[in-house]
Ligand binder design. Structure first.
Ligand SMILES: C[S@@+](CC[C@H](N)C(=O)[O-])C[C@H]1O[C@@H](n2cnc3c(N)ncnc32)[C@H](O)[C@@H]1O
Length: 170
C-alpha cells in the first residue's frame, strides 16, 4: 500500500494542492483524484471543490480512502483508470501516479502503463490535469504520457523533489 507518510510525495502534493488548484477552478467545481491511495489529495481538494471523486484500482486503497475520508464530501470508487467515471466531465483531474514504470505486481508503487493510458484518455474527461512526478523528470513524463506538460512548482521532500506538472487542452 502506498503510504504518504513513507513516500512523502503525496503529503507534499496535498500541502501545495489547494493553492495551486483554486485559481484554475470555477465555483462549485467537480474534480477527480485518480489513484487516490489513502485519499490524501482528495481530502485537500475538498477545500476548493464542491464535488470530489476519488478512484483507485486497489481494493485496499479504496477501503483505506473510504475510511480516511469519512465525513468529507468525497465519493470513493473502485476501478481501473477512468472506468469508474466513464461518461463524466471534470473541471480538473489530479494524479500522483506510481513513478516506476514496470510490470511489478504492486500497482501502488509501480505501473506498467498508467501514465501512457492516462495521456491517451484524459481529454475525454477534462481540459486540465495536475500530475505529481519527480521534478527533474518532466521530459520522461511528457514522453510516457504523450502530453505537453508544464512544470508549475517544485516541492522539496526528504527524497527526490516533487514536481507538480500541469496539462491543459487549450
Ligand atoms: C503513487 S500512489 C499515490 C497515492 C495518493 N494519491 C498519494 O498521492 O499519496 C499511486 C496510486 O495509483 C493507484 N493506481 C495504480 N494503477 C492504477 C490504475 N490503473 N487505475 C487506478 N489507480 C491506479 C495505486 O493503487 C496507488 O494508490
Amino acid at each position: 500500500m502506498f503510504d504518504p507518510k513513507k513516500h512523502l510525495s503525496g503529503l507534499a502534493f496535498a500541502d501545495a494542492l489547494p493553492d495551486i488548484a483554486q485559481p484554475m477552478l470555477p465555483e462549485r467545481a467537480k474534480v477527480l483524484d485518480l489513484g487516490t491511495g489513502t485519499g490524501v489529495l482528495a481530502a485537500a481538494l475538498t477545500r476548493v471543490a464542491r464535488m470530489v471523486v476519488a478512484t483507485d484500482i486497489s481494493e485496499r486503497a479504496v477501503k483505506d480512502a473510504t475510511k480516511n475520508l469519512k465525513g468529507l464530501d468525497v465519493e470513493v470508487r473502485a476501478g481501473d483508470l477512468f472506468d469508474p467515471v466513464w461518461g463524466e466531465w471534470f473541471d480538473l483531474i489530479v494524479m500522483n501516479p506510481p513513478y516506476e514504470v514496470d510490470a511489478s505486481d504492486d500497482l501502488t508503487l509501480s505501473s506498467p502503463d498508467m501514465v501512457e493510458r492516462f495521456g491517451r484518455q484524459v481529454s475525454t474527461y477534462a481540459n486540465r490535469a495536475l500530475i505529481g512526478w519527480p521534478a527533474e523528470e518532466g521530459d520522461r513524463l511528457a514522453e510516457l504520457s504523450g502530453l505537453s506538460v508544464e512544470r508549475l512548482e517544485v516541492v522539496p521532500t526528504k527524497g527526490e523533489s516533487l514536481g507538480i506538472f500541469s496539462w491543459s487542452a487549450t
